[in-house]
Design a protein. Sequence first.
Length: 191
Amino acid sequence: MGASSTRVLTGLHDVELAALAAAGGRREFGELVRRHGSAVRGLLRRMGADPASADDLAQDAFLIAFERVAEFRGEGTFVAWVRRIAARLYLKRRAKDAQTVLEADPREPEPVETYADAGSRIDLDEALNGLSKAERLSVSLCYGAGLSHTEVAEALNIPLGTVKSHVKRGLDKLRERLAQEVVGAGSVAHG
């Protein structure tokens, strides 16, 4: 592929690339993978996959997406569509482990250090690691993969109220952490 055809692909919208991929365009689908691969792997890492597993699952999710690219209608973003595929794939492969995590994780999450210098910024992965495994999985599925609370409850085979509780507690902890970061940075900057 020449430099001019690469520029043409990078100038196309995801919906256009998906339509061309549905017509058999492997290069166009490759451009979609290039654009969104790291976002899909990042979601899988936030859900609890180790780096190698996240890479494998992301690759499998993109293979499924390639096979089903004609189903993508452009009603949402392409990356959200692939993230949902990846999240469901992760859940399918990890259903037993996820159920075990959600049933009993008696350990409290490790305390997360706070930073007092103004140059610091909150790291999402670090903040998510401050949540219990059940909270991290629920928050990642709802906000990272774009699944509804009902879809998460069905995927994890747990009550809807339990998912809502995990998400609320997780978000509350993340907000509290963010507020500590902002207050800590502000007191140093203004102190």
